[in-house]
Design a protein around this ligand. Structure first.
Ligand SMILES: CC(=O)SCCNC(=O)CCNC(=O)[C@H](O)C(C)(C)COP(=O)(O)OP(=O)(O)OC[C@H]1O[C@@H](n2cnc3c(N)ncnc32)[C@H](O)[C@@H]1OP(=O)(O)O
Length: 421
């Protein structure tokens, strides 16, 4: 059997008039105007200039109708943590097409151009956050990391089942915070796949930016740390509730990492005890956040949302599989289907063991058939192949093949991405 019920589809035919080429620096203003048109935004000068800087640092592909720029994608030069290390991974952003040119294959052409660039640059992965979940599966992106929103009722002290770390907490000046916590963050990246490498500029402009891009009522970012040497940190903002006099305000947690459960408990307890606030909202927490287990009262700590976070594309399946580590020996034939990048398609024998990992074309019958988007969903260990087989999205020809692949793909911590872009 070789069922592939919802494959990534073939590339839509491009409008013959459209040409795809690099967007030069001289067109960045036009590129921004196009993005603001497509995303319905009218940013102030400061934010506009920030977007301009971001675009300058990106690879940029444009769709041109004659001289008119009608579509673009940009890509940050990120690295992504994968099991056992990290890989170069363009972070696709600013994907947009003028409303006059939509559904004529512009995005398809732009992504085809980007994939060609990935092959030329030896980028085995690409990744993005989707504005709409329905868009990117057809291009071979799979939802490889997931996030949850957690809300704490902090009108009463946070009840815990474990003892928090009793060492003092310190607030750190935003200008000093990146240097203090960057090394610690890097260690969390090594332990958890799906995390983006943060440059100094990324720390300063995306994490320590005084103004919050989404909510102008939010305070500047605050960074609280515990331990010497550092055992954990939280980056958060607060806002008052102006609607009702005396109503408690909000603590919004943007990032929190701790190396021990006790340090995490101390940070959550601190966040839940800030005066004049009554709710802590943490967006983009990992699915396996220990808080959900060590909270003593799950009515006080509730998961209010779950969503796909990072969509990953295996632009070079072979390189992506060879350049991650494997949790258990594996030897099976994978028949991958990739409608956009045919070099990825066809049966290959995947072996991994004490002598290393190999992934080579074979004429042996397939043990497992899977679309490249679904393999991408499993790649960081966040989705189980057995679940995909049960959902009818992958076909198991040899009993036990999916379970064997899951054992090899397993990661101790679930993949997680908190850097939006
Ligand atoms: C990574 C990021 O930046 S996410 C941000 C994405 N951008 C936005 O949401 C901005 C507003 N939207 C847009 O600019 C455009 O509609 C885009 C970029 C989403 C799509 O661009 P288009 O050039 O219209 O896409 P294109 O014509 O190549 O579509 C290819 C296929 O995807 C489908 N598709 C594209 N967008 C959507 C959508 N929003 N919902 C459902 N299907 C979609 C098309 O129907 C087409 O399907 P088909 O091959 O079966 O015919």
């Amino acid at each position: 059997m070789n069922t592939r019920p919802t494959p990534s589809g073939p590339v839509a035919p491009c409008t013959p008039a459209l040409k795809f080429r690099e967007i030069p620096e001289s067109d960045i203003e036009r590129a921004l105007a196009l993005a603001y048109l497509a995303f319905h935004e009218k940013p102030e000068d400061e934010l506009r200039s920030h977007h301009k800087d971001l675009l300058r640092g990106c690879a940029r592909v444009g769709a041109y109708d004659g001289d008119e720029l009608v579509g673009m994608v940009a890509a940050f030069p990120f690295t992504l943590s994968v099991p056992g290390g990290e890989l170069p991974c363009p972070g696709v952003t600013f994907a947009c097409v003028a409303p006059t040119h939509r559904r004529r294959g512009a995005l398809s052409g732009l992504l085809a151009e980007l994939f060609a660039r990935c092959a030329a640059e030896d980028w085995p992965l690409a990744a993005l956050w989707a504005s709409e979940a329905v868009i990117y599966g057809r291009f071979g992106f799979g939802d490889a990391t997931h996030g949850i929103t957690v809300e704490l009722d902090s009108t009463r002290p946070l009840a815990l089942r474990i003892a928090p770390d009793e060492r003092p907490l310190r607030l750190v000046d935003p200008a000093d915070a990146p240097a203090l916590i960057a090394g610690f963050y890097e260690r969390t990246r090594a332990a958890r796949p799906g995390r983006i490498g943060r440059t100094k500029a990324w720390w300063t402009e995306e994490w320590m930016n005084e103004k919050d891009e989404d909510d102008e009522d939010m305070s500047p970012p605050r960074t609280v740390v515990i331990g010497e040497p550092l055992a954990g940190y939280a980056i958060y903002r607060t806002k008052r509730d102006e609607s009702t006099p005396g109503a408690p305000g909000l603590v919004r947690v943007d990032d929190l990492e701790a190396e021990t459960p006790a340090a995490a408990a101390a940070l959550w307890q601190y966040l839940a005890s800030i005066d004049l606030t009554g709710k802590v909202r943490a967006w983009g927490r990992p699915l396996d956040d220990p808080l959900l287990l060590f909270a003593a009262d799950r009515d006080q700590v509730r998961v209010t949302d779950e969503f796909p976070a990072l969509w990953v594309r295996l632009t070079d399946v072979r390189a992506a599989l060879l350049r991650r580590s494997w949790a258990a020996p594996v030897d099976l034939v994978l028949d991958v289907h990739d409608a956009h990048l045919p070099d990825n398609s066809g049966p290959h024998r995947l072996t991994s063991g004490p002598d290393g990992t190999a992934y080579e074309p074979t004429h042996d019958p397939a043990d497992l058939s899977v679309d490249v988007r679904d393999l991408a969903a499993c790649y960081l260990g966040g989705t189980r192949m057995t679940a995909l087989v049960h959902a009818g999205l992958a076909a198991e020809h040899t009993p036990g093949a999916a379970a064997a692949l899951d054992a090899a793909l397993h990661t101790e911590l679930l993949p997680h991405t908190v850097d939006g872009f």
